[in-house]
Design a protein around this ligand. Structure first.
Ligand code: CTP
Length: 404
């Protein structure tokens, strides 16, 4: 059981924090809620007290004999501020201590997670950008807000991510404790591409996106700025990741290359179609056509190979670590080793597919092949069957070591 401080500042998204609190208490954590004065205009003190089972105060002047302005922060294993308004980010960035929450932020020596929520204009204002950059520089995790419907009719970046996704980041932060990707930008591709035959049909594959999403989620929890290039995935957006949606291999290539330009690492977990139909019909192909036309295929660009190629050509700045995935059905290690070299990546995570492994399941098992020098063969890292998030953490361990 960990001691968690849930800081709540005054935004309309406060109602979602009740669910976040619930997720913490139901998984056995001891939660102390520290709202700002105005946050109580949205959800009152009795709700927080009843749901947390702990006293709730916004002031430093109550129970002074317990020195709450220092003790709450000192005793915390994690402080999460959700929602974090532009005002609270500003006060935290400038080290103000004008209420119990900001005192707590100054005395906490544990990981601190901010989940901002505000209107797009406020989030994008240079003042807020600078405050977020300052907090990140100091090691706080600031989860990028989700994009979507805001308080009124407007939409854009600024929504509080869904509570289960914020909880997931916090859970990982509590278990890992390592913020070894803080200040790093990583790009993850996930899912499977679709190559249109006509407006209704496509050539696709079985990738669910679970492994790529686990990679994105774990990277956020380790402090990275994450761009997730997502191809046809029906999973909730991981909190804090910038999600770029694509459909085809060519769209995925464009999105990955654009994001890779200023990234420290790229992990290609997506299943990218090797071929696409030469011709795509603008209208639905009708069954009435007497003989169906054969579908002729043409090769798609190899995105991973291209990343390796660009880096070899010495164009800067370019990702220092490139990670590929390979699904193999036979001769797993030999095929993997050849692929690692052919594609010019640093790490290749090789899955054996079949036997209920890999596609659409929460578990995975793999070996990671590591590129050495000309004549060095570094022994592969074996990852036993387990949750895809464990595999993701091993990949980030190896990436972080290479970036260090
Ligand atoms: N990949 C890619 N672009 C493609 C095909 C694959 O970037 N057009 C990436 C995948 O994201 C994965 C890696 O390459 O990280 C290996 O994919 P895999 O399908 O195993 O390799 P292929 O190049 O398709 O090789 P083969 O078909 O010979 O197994």
């Amino acid at each position: 059981m960990s001691a968690v401080v849930l800081g709540v500042s005054a935004g309309i998204a406060v109602y979602k924090s009740c669910e976040l609190l619930r997720l913490f208490t139901e998984s056995g954590h001891d939660v102390r809620v520290v709202p700002t004065r105005d946050a109580l205009r949205f959800v009152g003190e009795p709700t927080w007290a009843a749901l947390s089972g702990n006293p709730v105060t916004t002031e430093v002047w109550e129970s002074v004999h317990e020195v709450p302005h220092v003790r709450i922060g000192q005793n915390a294993d994690l402080v999460v501020v959700a929602p974090a308004t532009a005002d609270v980010l500003a006060r935290a960035a400038h080290g103000l201590a004008n209420d119990l929450l900001t005192n707590t932020l100054l005395t906490a020596r544990c990981p601190v997670v901010f989940a901002p929520a505000m209107h797009t204009e406020m989030w994008e204002h240079p003042a807020t950008r600078a405050n977020v950059a300052t907090l990140r520089e100091r090691g706080a995790i600031v989860i990028d807000p989700a994009v979507g419907r805001l308080t009124g009719a407007d939409t854009g970046p600024g929504r509080l991510p869904d509570p289960p996704e914020i909880f997931e980041v916090c859970r990982r932060v509590l278990s890992a404790r390592a913020l070894d990707l803080a200040g790093r930008h990583v790009v993850v591709s996930a899912g499977g591409t679709r190559e249109a035959i006509d407006p209704v049909r496509f050539i696709g594959n079985r990738s669910s996106g679970l492994q790529g999403y686990a990679l994105a989620r774990t990277a956020v929890a380790r402090g990275a700025e994450v761009t997730l290039v997502s191809a046809n995935v029906a999973l909730p957006d991981p909190a804090g990741a910038k999600v770029v949606r694509v459909e085809s291999a060519r769209q995925l290539r464009e999105a990955v290359l654009a994001a890779a330009d200023h990234a420290d690492a790229v992990v290609m977990a997506a299943a990218v179609a090797d071929f696409r139909p030469v011709r795509q019909s603008d209208t639905k192909i009708k069954k009435s056509s007497a003989e169906p036309d054969p579908i002729h295929l043409v090769k798609n660009p190899d995105v991973l190979g291209e990343l390796g190629e660009i880096r070899r050509a010495g164009r800067q700045p370019y990702p220092r670590v490139i990670v590929g995935f390979a699904a193999e059905t036979d001769d797993v290690l030999a095929n993997g080793r050849a692929k690692l070299e052919r594609k010019g990546c640093d790490l290749l995570v090789v899955n054996e597919v079949g036997d209920n492994l890999a596609f659409g399941t929460p578990d995975n098992a793999a070996v990671v092949l590591v590129a050495g020098g000309e004549s060095v063969e570094i022994p592969p890292v074996e990852i036993p069957r387990g949750p895809k998030e464990d595999l993701a953490d091993v990949v980030w361990d190896l990436v972080a070591a290479r970036l260090a």
